[in-house]
Design a protein around this ligand. Sequence first.
Ligand SMILES: [Zn+2]
Length: 151
Amino acid sequence: MKQKEDFMREAIRLSVEKMEEGCGGPFGCVIVCNGEIVAHGYNNVLGSNDPTAHAEVEAIRKACTSMGTHQLADCELYTSCEPCPMCLGAIYWARPKKVYYANSREDAERIGFDDRFIYQELDKPKSERQIPMEQLLGDEAKEAFEKWVAR
Ligand SMILES: [Zn+2]
Protein backbone atom coordinates (compact mmCIF):
# COMPACT_ATOMS: atom_id res chain seq x y z
CA MET A 1 0.00 0.00 0.00
CA LYS A 2 1.38 3.34 -1.00
CA GLN A 3 1.92 5.98 1.66
CA LYS A 4 1.24 9.69 1.38
CA GLU A 5 4.98 10.30 1.11
CA ASP A 6 5.03 8.14 -2.06
CA PHE A 7 2.34 10.30 -3.64
CA MET A 8 4.13 13.51 -2.71
CA ARG A 9 7.41 12.14 -4.10
CA GLU A 10 5.60 11.57 -7.41
CA ALA A 11 4.38 15.20 -7.38
CA ILE A 12 7.92 16.36 -6.64
CA ARG A 13 9.37 14.09 -9.34
CA LEU A 14 6.98 15.64 -11.86
CA SER A 15 7.93 19.14 -10.73
CA VAL A 16 11.57 18.46 -11.59
CA GLU A 17 11.05 16.43 -14.76
CA LYS A 18 8.59 18.78 -16.46
CA MET A 19 10.51 21.90 -15.47
CA GLU A 20 13.65 20.39 -17.02
CA GLU A 21 11.65 19.62 -20.18
CA GLY A 22 10.78 23.32 -20.42
CA CYS A 23 7.05 22.96 -19.74
CA GLY A 24 7.01 25.69 -17.11
CA GLY A 25 7.81 26.39 -13.47
CA PRO A 26 8.88 23.66 -11.02
CA PHE A 27 5.47 22.51 -9.86
CA GLY A 28 3.86 19.05 -9.88
CA CYS A 29 0.64 17.59 -8.53
CA VAL A 30 -1.10 14.24 -8.23
CA ILE A 31 -4.66 13.47 -7.22
CA VAL A 32 -5.29 10.27 -5.28
CA CYS A 33 -8.57 8.42 -4.86
CA ASN A 34 -8.88 5.22 -2.80
CA GLY A 35 -5.12 4.85 -2.59
CA GLU A 36 -4.53 5.18 -6.34
CA ILE A 37 -3.27 8.09 -8.42
CA VAL A 38 -6.12 9.14 -10.72
CA ALA A 39 -4.43 12.17 -12.30
CA HIS A 40 -1.06 13.85 -12.73
CA GLY A 41 -0.55 17.53 -13.35
CA TYR A 42 2.45 19.78 -13.86
CA ASN A 43 3.02 23.42 -14.65
CA ASN A 44 2.62 23.65 -18.42
CA VAL A 45 2.31 27.43 -18.74
CA LEU A 46 5.21 27.71 -21.18
CA GLY A 47 4.47 24.46 -23.00
CA SER A 48 0.88 25.39 -23.75
CA ASN A 49 0.99 29.22 -23.63
CA ASP A 50 -1.74 28.94 -21.02
CA PRO A 51 -1.33 31.09 -17.88
CA THR A 52 -3.87 28.90 -16.09
CA ALA A 53 -1.98 25.65 -16.77
CA HIS A 54 -0.79 25.28 -13.20
CA ALA A 55 -0.11 21.78 -11.84
CA GLU A 56 -3.16 21.69 -9.58
CA VAL A 57 -5.60 22.98 -12.23
CA GLU A 58 -4.23 20.50 -14.77
CA ALA A 59 -4.55 17.61 -12.31
CA ILE A 60 -8.09 18.62 -11.29
CA ARG A 61 -9.19 18.79 -14.94
CA LYS A 62 -7.71 15.37 -15.71
CA ALA A 63 -9.11 13.75 -12.57
CA CYS A 64 -12.61 15.10 -13.21
CA THR A 65 -12.51 14.02 -16.87
CA SER A 66 -11.30 10.51 -16.08
CA MET A 67 -13.75 10.05 -13.19
CA GLY A 68 -16.69 11.68 -14.99
CA THR A 69 -17.47 14.11 -12.19
CA HIS A 70 -17.01 17.77 -11.34
CA GLN A 71 -16.32 17.10 -7.67
CA LEU A 72 -13.48 15.14 -6.14
CA ALA A 73 -15.02 14.47 -2.75
CA ASP A 74 -13.20 11.20 -2.08
CA CYS A 75 -9.84 12.42 -3.34
CA GLU A 76 -6.70 13.88 -1.85
CA LEU A 77 -4.52 16.35 -3.69
CA TYR A 78 -0.73 16.29 -3.37
CA THR A 79 1.05 19.35 -4.71
CA SER A 80 4.78 20.03 -4.67
CA CYS A 81 4.08 23.62 -3.58
CA GLU A 82 1.42 25.38 -1.54
CA PRO A 83 -1.29 26.43 -4.04
CA CYS A 84 -1.50 29.92 -5.52
CA PRO A 85 -4.81 31.81 -5.16
CA MET A 86 -6.10 30.56 -8.54
CA CYS A 87 -5.38 26.94 -7.70
CA LEU A 88 -6.71 27.34 -4.18
CA GLY A 89 -9.97 28.57 -5.71
CA ALA A 90 -10.03 25.63 -8.12
CA ILE A 91 -9.38 23.25 -5.22
CA TYR A 92 -12.33 24.64 -3.29
CA TRP A 93 -14.58 24.26 -6.34
CA ALA A 94 -13.39 20.65 -6.82
CA ARG A 95 -13.76 19.86 -3.10
CA PRO A 96 -11.12 17.20 -2.44
CA LYS A 97 -11.11 16.06 1.17
CA LYS A 98 -7.52 17.06 1.90
CA VAL A 99 -4.54 18.88 0.39
CA TYR A 100 -0.90 18.05 1.08
CA TYR A 101 1.84 20.44 -0.03
CA ALA A 102 5.64 20.29 0.07
CA ASN A 103 7.25 23.67 -0.68
CA SER A 104 5.55 26.60 1.05
CA ARG A 105 4.35 29.90 -0.42
CA GLU A 106 7.39 31.50 1.19
CA ASP A 107 9.70 29.00 -0.53
CA ALA A 108 8.09 29.88 -3.88
CA GLU A 109 8.42 33.59 -3.21
CA ARG A 110 12.16 33.17 -2.61
CA ILE A 111 12.66 31.80 -6.13
CA GLY A 112 10.53 34.46 -7.81
CA PHE A 113 7.02 33.02 -7.75
CA ASP A 114 5.28 35.62 -5.62
CA ASP A 115 1.55 35.22 -5.07
CA ARG A 116 1.41 37.76 -2.27
CA PHE A 117 0.26 40.59 -4.53
CA ILE A 118 -2.82 38.61 -5.59
CA TYR A 119 -3.81 38.09 -1.96
CA GLN A 120 -3.28 41.84 -1.41
CA GLU A 121 -5.45 42.65 -4.42
CA LEU A 122 -8.36 40.76 -2.86
CA ASP A 123 -8.38 43.17 0.06
CA LYS A 124 -8.48 46.31 -2.12
CA PRO A 125 -11.63 48.03 -3.41
CA LYS A 126 -12.37 46.74 -6.92
CA SER A 127 -11.67 50.11 -8.51
CA GLU A 128 -8.21 50.34 -6.92
CA ARG A 129 -6.87 46.99 -8.10
CA GLN A 130 -4.03 46.74 -10.62
CA ILE A 131 -6.64 45.40 -13.03
CA PRO A 132 -9.70 47.58 -12.33
CA MET A 133 -13.12 45.95 -12.18
CA GLU A 134 -16.29 47.81 -13.14
CA GLN A 135 -19.85 46.47 -13.10
CA LEU A 136 -21.70 46.69 -16.44
CA LEU A 137 -25.21 45.54 -17.45
CA GLY A 138 -25.88 43.81 -14.15
CA ASP A 139 -29.64 44.06 -14.65
CA GLU A 140 -29.57 42.45 -18.09
CA ALA A 141 -27.34 39.62 -16.88
CA LYS A 142 -29.87 38.71 -14.18
CA GLU A 143 -32.05 37.00 -16.80
CA ALA A 144 -29.80 33.95 -16.73
CA PHE A 145 -29.84 33.88 -12.95
CA GLU A 146 -33.63 34.11 -12.83
CA LYS A 147 -33.94 31.27 -15.33
CA TRP A 148 -31.52 29.18 -13.24
CA VAL A 149 -33.54 29.76 -10.06
CA ALA A 150 -36.77 28.92 -11.91
CA ARG A 151 -35.47 25.52 -13.05
ZN1 LIG B 1 -1.56 27.86 -9.16
